[in-house]
Design a protein around this ligand. Structure first.
Ligand SMILES: [Zn+2]
Length: 215
C-alpha cells in the first residue's frame, strides 16, 4: 500500500508517518530526510539542494522527483511506502504517478492532516531538534527534561534554520497557496481522506488507522 501524508510544516505528519510506518511495516520516506542525507554526504545533488534550503526556498521539482523515484525503486519499498513531504505540487504528483505507473504501481490513499495556520505558527516557533538523531521537542508543548538537551541520547538541541521566523512564514505561505491544490487532484480520484490534525497525537493516529482499515 502506497500512502501519502500531506500537511503543512508543523502539522505532525512526520510523527504520524513514523507511527503508521511502524504499524504497517512499511518504510517512512521523507523528502526532508532524503535532502538532509544528501547534504550531509555532500553529494552533487546535496550541494544543489543546500543552496535552496539555505534561502528557505523549495527545491525544484526535477531534483526532488529524481531523488524520490530512485528511493522508491529500492527493495524495501516493494510492498509499499509512507510518503511524507512529497509531492508538494501538482507537477510533482503527476511525475510521481507517471513514475509509479511505469513500474506497475499506484498511490492508494492520501491523507491531509488539517491544522489551522495560527496553531502551526505556535508549534513551529517552539520546535527544537536534537543533533544526533533529529528527535523533536517543543518548548511550549513537549519540553525536554533538561533544557537544551535530548532526553533520549543527551545531544544538544537546536532550531533548524527553516523552523524560525521569516522562513516559517514563507514556507506556510507556499503551503497554503500551492500545496493545498494537491488535495483536489486526489479528491477527484477518490483517494483523499481529510483528518483533523489539531488533536493529540494518539487521537490523530487512531483516525489514520481507522481510515486505512475501512478501505
Ligand atoms: Zn535525540
Amino acid at each position: 500500500m502506497n500512502v501519502i501524508l500531506i500537511g503543512a510544516q508543523g502539522s505532525g505528519k512526520g510523527t504520524q508517518a513514523d507511527l503508521l510506518a511502524g504499524e504497517l511495516g512499511l518504510p517512512h520516506v521523507s523528502s526532508g530526510d532524503l535532502f538532509r542525507q544528501a547534504m550531509a554526504e555532500k553529494t552533487e545533488l546535496g550541494l544543489k539542494v543546500k543552496t535552496y534550503m539555505d534561502r528557505g526556498e523549495l527545491v525544484p521539482d526535477d531534483l526532488t522527483v529524481a531523488m524520490i523515484l530512485s528511493r522508491l525503486a529500492m527493495p524495501d519499498c516493494a510492498r509499499g511506502v509512507i510518503l511524507d513531504g512529497f509531492p508538494r505540487t501538482v507537477a510533482q504528483e503527476q511525475a510521481l504517478d507517471e513514475g509509479l505507473h511505469n513500474v506497475g504501481k499506484q498511490i492508494d490513499l492520501v491523507f491531509y492532516l488539517e491544522v489551522p495556520r495560527e496553531e502551526l505558527l505556535v508549534r513551529l516557533s517552539g520546535r527544537y531538534i536534537c543533533r544526533a538523531n533529529q528527535h523533536v521537542y517543543n518548548v511550549n508543548t513537549r519540553p525536554p527534561k533538561t533544557p537544551g538537551v535530548c532526553d533520549i541520547d543527551g545531544s544538544l538541541l537546536y532550531q533548524r534554520p527553516d523552523d524560525t521566523g521569516e522562513a516559517v512564514q514563507r514556507r506556510l505561505n507556499i503551503f497554503f497557496s500551492e500545496t493545498i491544490y494537491l488535495l483536489d487532484y486526489y479528491r477527484d480520484q477518490g483517494k483523499l481522506v481529510v483528518i483533523d490534525g489539531n488533536r493529540p497525537i494518539e487521537q490523530v493516529r487512531a483516525s489514520l488507522i481507522e481510515a486505512i482499515q475501512s478501505r
